[in-house]
Each structure stands twice: as C-alpha cells, then as structure tokens.
Design a protein around this ligand. Structure first.
Ligand code: E4P
Length: 215
C-alpha cells in the first residue's frame, strides 16, 4: 500500500519523508488555506520536495475553468495530479485532461457509482471519503470494498485513494480491503507509529540495562 500525506504543511511533509512514509501528497483548498504562505509558494515547494504525485485541487466549477486551472497547476511540476470534484463538469474536465496526458484525482466521491463514472472518464485516481461517510452514519469502508470489486470486474486501472482518514483503524481496514493508497493526515501517521507497549518495553529494557551497568 502506498501512503500519501494529506496536508499542505511543509514541516509535516518533511517529517514524514524522513521516516520514509511519503509516496505522494494530497492537498485541498481547506488544507491550503490553513497555511500562512501564499498557496502558489507552498504548491511549488511541495512539488519540488516530493518525488511522487502531488494532488492540487481546482477551484473552478465549470469544465473549461478546471482545464484552464489545471494548465496553471501543471507548471508547478511534472508530478502534479489535478484534483477535480466529482460533478458532471468535473468528469468533462477529466476526459479533456486525460486526452492531454494530464493525470486527475476525482475527489469528493461518496458512492460506488460515482467511482465507476470517474474511472470510465479516465481518472488516474479516485478518492472515496471514508470519514465523511462515517460522519453521516454510512459505512465508508464498505464503499472502498465496492469500488475495489467494480474496478476488478472491469480491469480499470484507476487507483483508489482511501481519503478522509480519521483513525489508525481506517488505514488498517483500507489496507485489508486492498486500497492502493491511503492519504493520511500527519496526526494519524504519528498515531500509527505509537504504541504504549512499545514505550513500556523500551523503558523496561533501559532500566535493566542501567541495573547491569550498576547505575
Ligand atoms: C483528500 O484528498 C481529502 O481532501 C481529505 O482526505 C479530506 O479529509 P477530511 O474529510 O478530513 O477533510
């Protein structure tokens, strides 16, 4: 499973890269707006720093505007993936961008039917939002299973990004479901690393070592 980091924060991206946990980055307008610097500076720096795919989202709601913004976003680097919302206009944009060999990530996907359409339009990635479905009492992980099944039935090459990850269990369940990628907030990455028994074990080993050393 690949790990993307779901943030526009350079400090978090660098820290996760040092641990070898960054195969790519996903951003969205909300994540960009949390950062103090101009989004263009941030996008440029992320694209230079990260060798893998970096999803940058369009703001336009019409296909023509999305394609225009996509061309601007592509100037940040060859690793840019244009993030497009799951709408009729978004699907039109995906098709146009695919014809220009520009990769897209169809975002805000909440049903398997939407994921099927995104794949048919030629999306390189599709992002089902697990946490936001769970928030409204639906089973986000079930959606990942459904999309996996549909894509396998028809041999679609669109890669599934388990998105809107809210807990370490989401990552584990997405891995068990076979999602190609999980895009994980930095806070959840840290939660995945930590375990109280690891800390307890380290403390016990050190205590025994110090006893032996006569400290
Ligand atoms: C990733 O592509 C999404 O933008 C992100 O995972 C959304 O997460 P949220 O539902 O926690 O905002």
């Amino acid at each position: 499973m690949q790990f993307f980091i779901d943030t526009a924060n350079l400090t978090e991206i660098k820290a996760a890269m040092e641990m070898g946990l960054v195969d790519g980055v996903t951003t969205n307008p909300s994540l960009m707006s949390k950062e103090a610097d101009d989004w263009r500076d941030i996008a440029g720096q992320i694209c230079k720093l990260v060798p893998g795919p970096v999803s940058l989202e369009v703001i336009a709601l019409d296909a023509e505007g999305m394609v225009r913004e996509a061309k601007e976003l592509m100037q940040f680097g060859p690793n840019v993936v244009v993030k497009v919302p799951m709408t009729a206009e978004g699907l039109k944009a995906v098709r146009i961008l695919k014809s220009k060999d520009i990769e897209t990530n169809v975002t805000l996907v909440f049903s398997a039917a939407q994921a099927l359409l995104a794949a048919k339009a030629g999306a390189a990635y599709v992002s089902p939002f697990l946490g936001r479905l769970d928030d409204v009492g639906q089973d986000g992980m079930e959606l990942v299973h459904q999309i996996m099944g549909i894509y396998a039935n028809y041999g679609f090459s669109t890669r599934i990004i388990a998105a809107s990850i809210r807990s370490p269990l989401h990552v584990l369940d997405a891995a068990m479901a076979g999602a190609h990628i999980a895009t994980v907030p930095f806070k959840i990455l840290k939660q995945l690393i930590d375990h109280p028994l690891t800390d307890k074990g380290i403390a016990a080993f050190l205590k025994d070592w110090e006893k032996k050393a006569g400290k």
